[in-house]
Design a protein around this ligand. Structure first.
Ligand SMILES: [Zn+2]
Length: 245
């Protein structure tokens, strides 16, 4: 064999120490019972206890030491790790780097699919629509439940962090600014025109549409004001603050 063989026993021992994994076994034998120079195939499966306490038995040596290898961690912990790594990389990026990678992603998508984001693909849109329709048909209460859950989550998050909404608006504005050069997607010419054309089309199909929208809007406002009589004041205060800020 001309190929240089790796000393996996020693490497695994080091990795276990590094990832704080314990009870590492190969072929049902504790790693400490192996000679450090013993040859082990890279396809061999390992069994170990992850730092979180979970027993992991589905990783081969190959997976553990792969280039983007998740090491001696269970599936959950390695996902958590890679998510953290990713978000740290994003956090540490400068605005210029972010713009660059956004641009690159858009260009790649355009070259590959002809759209800047896969969700703009007709097939993908249709698939999402079909899946939603199917699920809603099977469970008619589903849409209400989703809205309710979303509302509750938002409420909880806002209660946890009263400043959250401002942060989100800021992030959203920054993202839009990056992507479209405007603080709000509806401000871009393209989007404005699209909305205008869609409205014209829909209004011509249903002449009562405009009235119905106004009626519905007023009904929603009435309902919200009924639920929270202080709402009009709050809105006008927010608006005031926004205008003076
Ligand atoms: Zn774990």
């Amino acid at each position: 064999m001309g190929k240089k063989t790796r000393n996996f026993i020693l490497e695994l021992k080091n990795k276990a120490f590094q990832d704080k994994a314990t009870e590492l076994k190969i072929n049902n034998k504790n790693i400490d019972e192996y000679e450090e120079t013993e040859f082990i195939k890279r396809e061999t499966m390992c069994v170990f206890k992850c730092i979180c306490g979970e027993i992991c038995n589905n990783k081969s040596i190959l997976t553990i030491f792969a280039k983007n290898g998740s090491g001696l961690l269970c599936k959950k912990c390695s996902k958590k790790n890679s998510d953290e790594k990713q978000s740290n990389t994003k956090k540490n990026q400068t605005q210029e780097q972010k713009n660059k990678s956004n641009q690159k992603r858009i260009e790649t998508n355009k070259a590959k699919y002809g759209v800047s984001h896969v969700s703009e693909l007709k097939e993908v849109k249709q698939k999402i629509k079909d899946t939603n329709n199917k699920l809603n048909k099977e469970d008619p209460d589903r849409p209400n439940r989703i809205i309710e859950t979303q509302k509750n989550t938002i409420k909880e998050l806002n209660e946890e962090d009263p400043n959250r909404q401002n942060g989100i608006n800021q992030t959203r504005e920054n993202t839009c600014l990056e992507k479209y050069g405007e603080t709000h997607a509806t401000k871009t010419k393209e989007v404005k025109n699209k909305i205008k054309n869609t409205n014209i089309k829909l209004n011509s199909e249903d002449t009562n549409r405009q009235n119905n929208i106004i009626k519905q809007r007023q009904e929603t406002i009435n309902k919200l004001n009924e639920e929270n009589p202080n709402r009009p004041n709050e809105i006008s205060q927010t608006r005031q603050k926004y205008l003076s800020g």
